[in-house]
Write a new protein. Structure first.
Length: 561
């Protein structure tokens, strides 16, 4: 643990003049911040070879009350350079907590960056999210729609409809939500009303409005869809002639027991208790829940579809040649990166994963041919803005209903890619993949399945998945209604769903190789399922003049390991 009595940063200046002390800034950039960032879950550059950290911009956030000196935090925009590829920018709010004062706050060890002395005052430089004064200042600025002029541009605090008028006094207490994710989450309690607002500070920054703010504010302010936490405001860095940078977004806090991923895991445990007794039983309430989630998903898509025709950010669009080309290029690029990643990591995979990886590699030409079909196939369905990274972990369970969160899109894609309109079947594919993940996670070595014979487990799991998938699809399409311009006909639905299922599983393969190697089998198995479907289409259509040989699916028969 960090020794808070040691002082690693000493400056003759006071904290508020940090920026004028070039030696202190260099020490932060070279010695103090790099190791700190590498301990943070939200720093996505950990696995890359970092070449420099540069404090690029520093914005002031004055605290709300208190004496004039030392009473502000800095919003530091840190540029990180790498030996390979593009630089990244991260948001790091900094504040100084003087030690030995009657009101010195307790700072969690993970928030302490370094011990420091500023103008003979001894204290700690901390990630300001752990400093109540900073959190209070953010809330005050949001409720008062402040504009804070900075050396470069201004910080504008926007209010959203989800912020109640009577909460404008700014009297709140706050805490950091203890979730380790790609961003940081702060929660504000309003006196007498409990925890009411949830503020996400984005860590990796982009020179563009975050898609999450666009989607959540649209759904709150321009639609009737109420199964998201209402948009309550955002913090934006604005500069003349340059696109805005979104630094944070506030929503209503949602009381939740857990998310749909955990709930599905509990449902699966129930299901698995009966399996050793050769009973196949899924409770009715499980089907009810799957149907309800499908319905909420479809209602979200209908709300996004119903944008005003002149709202170019949201209005539906056809499958243009440009879009088709974009998808094909992106797919080919993704496939190449994944094949390389698999080759580099092949020897680290267990025997089943190696067999699955082998079939995937063998299927390359067939996949290419299938994806290529996207170029010319007549498609009259429509594309809209979608969630973009939809899975069961993005759905909070509230009593008997659901609330959908985290509209930031796929972490691996650029911000402009995340704003591209797709068929909503891409989100549907995300949900279906997630059910497949849930059952597969149990299948591959969980305590609940330890005593079940593998072949039997495989059979019942597949049956469970197909029933759940079909229940979801039926309820989803029924809610959308037929005919509907989003989906021209069932053959388009089937084709698009296969494309997005394949793309999602291939995307997941990279996520698992990088973060959870033991789960690499799960997306590989998902890829196999799509490959089987593609084979069926090829076989059923003798008119297709394909030279490609049949795949060696026999490799996938269970083997004693
Ligand atoms: N409005 C909300 N109310 C309550 N909890 C929330 C809310 N939004 C998110 N959370 C909780 O915070 C976690 C992180 O939020 P998420 O939007 O997924 O952040 P990230 O972009 O960092 O992945 C979620 O898994 C959920 O538990
Ligand atoms: O961090 P995010 O929520 O933005 O999403 C990333 O991490 C997810 C894992 O937490 C990952 O989702 C994959 O694993 C889930 C189970 O943990 C499963 O339900 C999803 O279907 C599967 O895609 C997601 O892909 C990644 O972008």
């Amino acid at each position: 643990m960090f020794d808070s009595t040691a002082s690693n940063l000493t400056s003759q200046q006071s904290w508020v003049h940090l920026i004028q002390d070039h030696d202190a800034i260099r020490l932060l950039e070279i010695t103090i911040l790099p190791p700190y960032l590498n301990t943070c879950r939200w720093f996505a550059g950990k696995a890359r070879q970092q070449s420099y950290f540069r404090i690029q911009f520093v914005h002031d956030i004055p605290f709300i009350s208190g004496p004039e000196t030392d009473e502000k935090a800095f919003l530091v925009i840190l540029k990180v350079g790498y030996l390979d590829g593009e630089t990244e920018s991260y948001l790091l709010p900094l504040s100084f907590v003087e030690l030995g004062q009657p009101d010195t706050p307790e700072i969690l060890p993970k928030g302490i960056i370094t011990g420091a002395v500023f103008n003979q005052k001894r204290g700690l430089v901390v990630d300001a999210i752990y400093d109540e004064r900073f959190r209070g200042a953010l809330y005050f600025n949001l409720v008062n729609q402040q504009v804070l002029l900075q050396k470069t541009g201004q910080l504008t605090f926007h209010r959203g409809r989800g912020l109640a008028d009577d909460d404008s006094t700014g009297e709140v207490t706050s805490r950091v939500l203890p979730v380790d994710s790609s961003n940081s989450a702060l929660v504000f309690s309003v006196p007498g009303q409990g925890e009411k607002y949830f503020l996400k500070l984005y860590r990796k920054l982009f020179q563009e409005t975050n898609p999450e703010v666009e989607l959540v504010s649209f759904l709150t302010e321009k639609s009737q869809f109420s199964h998201i936490p209402a948009y309550a405001g955002s913090v934006v860095w604005e500069q003349e002639g340059v696109p805005d940078v979104t630094l944070g977004m506030m929503q209503r806090m949602v009381e939740n027991r857990h998310d749909s991923w955990n709930q599905t895991g509990d449902d699966l445990n129930d299901f698995l208790y009966a399996v050793p007794h050769r009973l196949f039983s899924i409770k009715e309430e499980v089907f009810d829940r799957v149907e309800l989630l499908a319905k909420r998903t479809a209602q979200m898509h209908l709300a996004l579809f119903n944008a005003e025709p002149d709202d170019s950010l949201f209005s539906p669009e056809p499958f243009t040649d440009d879009y088709r080309e974009f998808i094909i290029q992106r797919f080919e690029n993704l496939l190449e990166r994944r094949y390389n990643l698999l080759i580099d990591n092949y020897t680290k995979l267990d025997p089943l994963a190696q067999r699955l990886a082998w079939v995937f590699m063998e299927a390359k030409e067939m996949i290419d041919e299938f994806v290529d079909d996207f170029r010319n196939r007549p498609l009259e369905s429509l594309r809209i803005r979608i969630h973009g990274d939809y899975h069961l972990g993005q759905v909070l369970v509230t009593g008997t209903d659901f609330i959908i969160i985290d509209f930031e899109g796929e972490p691996e894609s650029s911000i402009s890619e995340r704003k591209i309109k797709h068929s909503p079947l891409k989100d549907v594919a995300g949900a279906i993949r997630s059910y497949h993940y849930a059952v597969s996670a149990k299948l591959f070595g969980s305590v609940e399945t330890a005593g079940i014979e593998p072949d039997h487990l495989q059979r019942v799991s597949e049956r469970w998945f197909k029933l759940i998938r079909d229940t979801f699809m039926d309820a989803y399409l029924e809610t959308i209604g037929s005919p509907h311009p989003l989906f021209k006909n069932s053959s388009e639905v089937n084709f698009l769903l296969l494309i997005y299922l394949l793309e999602k599983a291939v995307y997941e393969l990279g996520y698992e190789i990088n973060y959870r190697p033991a789960w690499v089998k799960i997306p590989l198995k998902g890829i196999m399922d799509v490959i089987r479907e593609i084979e069926k289409i090829r076989i059923a259509d003798p008119a297709r003049d394909s030279e490609l040989p049949r795949l060696q699916m026999g490799l996938l028969q269970p083997k004693k390991e």
